[in-house]
Write a protein of this length. Structure first.
Length: 440
């Protein structure tokens, strides 16, 4: 299973089925697809291969597709960056046939949605939903611990799209968007599950038979659930989210037929400079190793102290080497330029904008994108079309903590994403307004 380094044991079964759900929308001239997939993440190469399949099977352009992982931590372990070839060998316990079949399954869901198009109206709304909490707790020594920080910044806005049959008015589909990791279920859970979002979608589909519901993560990089540890907690949160969505959609205005536009733009992000940190980490390992050798034959408290110090040095070096190795192997990385290239995908329809971010954006940055007021309804979709890791705020880099330590991109990368999102939204708003004026 994927999602927890401390999980012991493999999957013991299925609590609730993982799924891929898709919505296809069109204004008669342009088409776009939004897809949610119940896995931890999907990398660029896998998403591009899925988009290419969709484009081959439908009339939807590859760059008009948003493939979003729901980021459940109770899904399968697999290579999220590359689909294994026909003769590839996996680690024990991995189902390579499942991995090879995954892109086609996802593409097929979009093709099915595309074959079922019908006239529809759309409504957007938001509800206050206090479920996520900041997870960066500052200790008295100034260090950051991965623990609930109820005073920290969190985004309590649950955003909803409702799509309704144009004639009967019945719901066709829902899209929920909220920033909170899918980790109500902890590392002791060994059953596959969609976590709390799955219960929200089940509740909506149960209330409105024949509809489908999608979930997309928001800017959840530093946000965890307030309550964790059981399926009961997950079900309670999911049902509350669904009830909130139904309540606010009742009063939401339907948006008039609107021009649809999509853009996929490159993001060139500076990598963190690991060289000086690697040099220091290697020196630390040499020092603590020498200390152990100098105390050969010593037992008791001093041996334990030196062993613990050396273990910590080894762990710090190992973590940095993982990042360095990832950069060297990553086809998105230009080592000479010190850059990682990924992309952002934006979809706009009337007063609605969806901003697809390729990773785990901090909540503060997601709020900054949504609060721009360029579009009345702006959704930030995390884990969209790629996974480039954590995008902390610039201030967070000075404080450290898990998200910063495991981030591959340099300080300021998150703010660059916000800046480029605002620029792109402004440009698309101008184009959409002009198109609407011509159509009217």
């Amino acid at each position: 299973m994927a999602g927890y380094g401390r999980r012991v044991g493999r999957s013991a079964g299925i609590h609730d089925d993982l799924a891929t759900q898709a919505i296809v929308i069109t204004d008669g001239q342009h088409k776009a697809a939004i897809v949610s997939v119940d896995v931890l993440a999907l990398g660029l190469r896998v998403c591009d291969s899925i988009a290419a399949r969709i484009a081959a099977q439908t009339d939807i352009a590859a760059d008009a597709i948003m493939i979003c992982a729901t980021h459940t931590h109770s899904g399968p372990q697999f290579n999220i960056f590359a689909t294994p070839g026909p003769h590839g060998a996996g680690t024990p316990g991995r189902d390579l046939n499942w991995e090879r079949a995954l892109p086609e399954k996802i593409a097929r869901s979009v093709a099915q949605a595309n074959s079922r198009l019908r006239p529809a109206g759309i409504a957007a709304a938001s509800a206050r939903f206090v479920f996520g909490t900041n997870r960066r707790l500052m200790r008295t020594d100034g260090t950051i611990q991965l623990a609930p920080n109820y005073r920290g910044i969190a985004d309590d806005e649950l955003k909803i799209l409702g799509i309704f049959d144009a004639s009967a008015g019945d719901p066709i589909a829902f899209l929920l968007n909220y920033p909170c990791h899918g980790v109500v279920l902890c590392e002791d859970n060994l059953l596959y599950s969609r976590d709390w979002p799955g219960f929200a979608l089940d509740e909506l589909e149960k209330r409105f038979r024949g509809s489908i519901a999608l979930f997309t993560q928001g800017a959840s990089g530093n946000i965890d659930p307030r309550r964790r540890g059981s399926f009961d907690f997950a079900r309670e949160a999911g049902c509350e989210a669904a009830a909130s969505a139904v309540r606010v959609l009742k009063h939401a205005n339907r948006i008039r037929p609107a021009h649809l536009a999509t853009r996929r733009v490159p993001l060139r992000l500076k990598l963190r400079d690991l060289n000086s940190r690697l040099t220091l980490a290697r020196a630390n390992v040499a020092q603590t190793e020498a200390a152990l050798k100098n105390h050969t034959g010593v037992a008791g408290a001093q041996l334990k102290r030196l062993t613990d110090q050396h273990q910590r040095s080894m762990e710090e070096l190992g973590a940095l080497q993982v990042l360095d190795d990832a950069n060297r192997r990553d086809k998105r990385v230009d080592e000479a330029a010190g850059e990682l290239t990924t992309h952002m995908t934006v979809l706009v329809a009337g007063d609605i904008a969806l901003v697809g971010v390729p990773g785990e954006l901090f909540a503060e940055l997601g709020i900054a994108i949504s609060a721009s007021a360029i579009f009345p309804h702006t959704f930030v979709l995390g884990y969209c079309n790629d996974l480039a890791g954590y995008f902390p705020t610039r201030e967070a880099y000075d404080l450290g903590g898990y998200e910063v330590e495991t981030s591959r991109v340099a300080a300021g990368s998150g703010e660059l994403i916000v800046e480029q999102a605002h620029s792109l939204l402004s440009e698309m708003r101008s184009q959409t307004t002009g198109s609407e004026s011509r159509r009217s």
